[in-house]
Design a protein around this ligand. Structure first.
Ligand code: HEC
Length: 103
């Protein structure tokens, strides 16, 4: 039974990686922050392509640290559909700082 469940979980994770929807579609650590809806959509799309939303929502960072993180993510995403432009990056950094900043 335990094996079955972990298989189902692996499938779910696999599917969410393929669709790029991440965990946000399956409850858990959905990104339901407030502010610019366009930026929220970007975070939902771009930042769940490689890991779950919990990697994002489970961290509190200062603006500069979100900026550092996105440079690293941008390198990983280079040439992939999950890559993003400078404008998109700054929209996301503002959004992340507002919603997942250090309080
Ligand atoms: C192309 C794949 C990819 C994309 C797209 C991506 N990430 Fe990541 N992310 C990774 C990998 C790989 C790691 C683990 C290695 C690391 O931390 O450098 C990671 C780790 C993280 C971490 C934990 C480490 C830390 O610095 O706190 C956070 C937070 C994070 N990502 C946020 C984001 C955000 C925000 C976005 C969207 C702007 C994003 N990721 C998009 C691949 C990606």
């Amino acid at each position: 039974m335990a094996l079955k469940r972990s298989r189902a979980f692996a499938l779910l994770v696999g599917l969410s990686l393929i669709t790029g929807l991440g965990y946000s579609q399956f409850g858990g650590s959905a990104n339901t922050g407030t502010g610019d809806p366009h930026a929220r959509e970007l975070v939902n799309q771009k930042c769940t392509a490689c890991h779950g939303m919990s990697s994002v929502t489970g961290t509190a960072k200062y603006y500069e640290d979100w900026e550092d993180t996105r440079f690293r993510m941008q390198e990983y995403a280079q040439g992939k559909p999950s890559s993003f432009t400078e404008d998109e990056a700054y929209a996301m950094i503002d959004y992340l700082t507002d919603n997942y900043g250090v309080k």
